[in-house]
Design a protein around this ligand. Structure first.
Ligand code: AP5
Ligand code: MG
Ligand code: ZN
Length: 215
């Protein structure tokens, strides 16, 4: 199944995508993760993306769309994929339609993670990410067994550069209107399913499994 996860920063897209992709045995493709990895490896893509990400701005469409096009052309996406954090603008949504058409495939489902912004600010400010394997935790809602250390690989947990409060507020502002435009776009295409993303991890997961037909 070819799925897009849509939602404001902190709605839980990455956390849920990780679990669902594992269960469905399809790749989890997160544009933010690809950019962060490129920054870590100091590639040209990383250099292009860095200043936008640190400021909580969107990376320009031409950079992002080219990258997604390349990724979706890879063999492992043939059995389906979860695209997390893309599209984020109408231009990206149109580009995705075109990419899928060129590949002779179809986007089947767009899942919208809806949650009030107060919830998102708390989630983002308490998020910690493993510098070894990328696993995501929350100091209060999903803490590791030992503070500051990843349960999975023992790596050090860090706060993301763009999770400082002023950048979080800016990210929400940058994405609010664009996200709504995408909700309307996919609703018109009849592909949208909305989840109540403010509940617990388990509650969101249940709704998600129902949406993709796993329960
Ligand atoms: P990206 O990495 O995609 O960040 P984002 O969209 O801002 O979303 P987040 O990753 O912050 O939130 P999430 O929904 O994945 O939440 P998570 O599961 O981690 O993008 C970063 C930057 O890259 C952008 O600002 C931009 O610069 C650039 N970029 C990326 N894609 C782009 C694009 N298409 N175009 C242009 N630029 C692009 O959860 C958050 C926290 O909450 C965690 O701590 C988690 O443990 C906790 N949590 C999750 N679910 C629950 C729950 N149900 N209850 C309690 N806590 C929960
Ligand atoms: Mg994420
Ligand atoms: Zn780890």
């Amino acid at each position: 199944m070819n799925i897009v996860f849509l939602g404001l920063p902190g709605t839980g897209k990455g956390t849920q995508a990780e679990m669902l992709a594992g269960e469905m045995e399809i790749p989890h493709i997160a544009t933010g993760d690809i950019f962060r990895e490129a920054i870590g490896r100091q590639t040209e893509l990383g250099q292009k993306a860095r200043k936008f990400m640190d400021a909580g701005e969107l990376v320009p469409d031409e950079v992002t769309c080219g990258m997604v096009k390349e990724r979706l052309a890879q063999e492992d996406t043939m059995s389906g994929f979860i695209l997390d954090g893309f599209p984020r603008t109408l231009a990206q949504a149109e580009a995705l339609d075109q990419i899928m058409q060129q590949l002779g495939r179809k986007l089947e489902l767009v899942i919208y993670f809806a949650a009030p912004e107060e919830v998102l600010i708390r989630r983002l400010s308490g998020r910690r990410v493993c510098s070894g394997c990328g696993a995501t935790y929350h100091v209060e809602f999903n803490p590791p067994l030992e503070e500051g250390t990843c349960d999975r690989c023992g790596g050090e947990l860090k706060q993301r550069e763009d999770d400082r409060e002023e950048t979080v507020i800016h990210r929400l502002q940058v994405n609010r209107e664009k996200t709504q435009q995408l909700v309307d776009y996919y609703e018109r295409q009849g592909k949208l399913t909305s989840l109540t993303a403010e509940g617990s991890l388990e509650k969101v997961r249940e709704q998600l499994k129902e949406a993709v037909g796993l329960i």
